[in-house]
Design a protein around this ligand. Sequence first.
Ligand SMILES: *[C@@H]1O[C@H](CO)[C@@H](O)[C@H](O)[C@H]1NC(C)=O
Ligand SMILES: *[C@@H]1O[C@H](CO)[C@@H](O)[C@H](O)[C@H]1NC(C)=O
Ligand SMILES: *[C@@H]1O[C@H](CO)[C@@H](O)[C@H](O)[C@H]1NC(C)=O
Ligand SMILES: *[C@@H]1O[C@H](CO)[C@@H](O)[C@H](O)[C@H]1NC(C)=O
Ligand SMILES: [Cu+2]
Length: 218
Amino acid sequence: MRFPSSLPYLVSFVSAAAATTHDVNVGNDLKTLEGLRYSPNVTTAAVGDTVVFHFWPGPHDVVQGDYNSPCNPLKDAFYSGFIQPASSSGEADQVFTITINDTNPIWIYCSETAHCQNGMVAVINPPASGDSLSAFVAAAAKTQNSTAPAKVQGGVISTNDNSTATSTSTSSSTSTPTSSSPAATSSTSGAADIAGKSTVINLISACLAVGICWAGLV
Ligand SMILES: *[C@@H]1O[C@H](CO)[C@@H](O)[C@H](O)[C@H]1NC(C)=O
Ligand SMILES: *[C@@H]1O[C@H](CO)[C@@H](O)[C@H](O)[C@H]1NC(C)=O
Ligand SMILES: *[C@@H]1O[C@H](CO)[C@@H](O)[C@H](O)[C@H]1NC(C)=O
Ligand SMILES: *[C@@H]1O[C@H](CO)[C@@H](O)[C@H](O)[C@H]1NC(C)=O
Ligand SMILES: [Cu+2]
């Protein structure tokens, strides 16, 4: 059961080797140090890329919004749920990751009370013309309340690993050789195993022979 189901995974892993990871901080504009922000608030991502959301003290969440109804989710929106760091200064030890399936604009907001209304919004792949994020901010400011999907969906929550978050494209490009090398390594280590075993067998037979010789001498 496990082996057949891992095959499509390996295939997609190899074909997605050129994908880029984009990191977005939630609740911390690293430039202005404003809390009610996503940073960066504009991300350009290709199909197959991933966007990893890092959560700073809030609480905050990540909701896929409806451009025509700011601070409300799209139908079947992705949703992170609220993720709060243990410490009041650092990042949460969990991240939320979405995969980009197409290059249509993705509007994002935080559903915590008043956050969306105060400009806690972002966009992935904004429309080519017009400052649509500013228009979204202005429209959001006119809304009264925010809503969110009932459950976490459309993305993956995983352990925050700063080492992968900072070495994005390098880690995905090195995954190609890594993904192809196990076959090569396992065959060479298999050969090494056989070589090792035959060495041991040779030693044992040599010892036996010597022992027999020695015993024979005594
Ligand atoms: C990740 O790195 C940031 C910045 O150095 C740090 O504040 C944060 O605590 C780290 N998060 C984890 C989970 O190690
Ligand atoms: C997006 O973030 C930048 C950098 O912090 C900020 O200057 C800009 O005002 C933000 N845009 C909107 C529409 O909030
Ligand atoms: C939205 O907020 C307004 C004003 O505070 C309130 O009257 C209304 O009931 C709220 N709507 C929902 C769906 O919570
Ligand atoms: C991409 O497709 C997957 C599988 O259908 C879905 O779970 C995910 O939410 C989609 N990503 C976005 C950004 O909508
Ligand atoms: Cu928030």
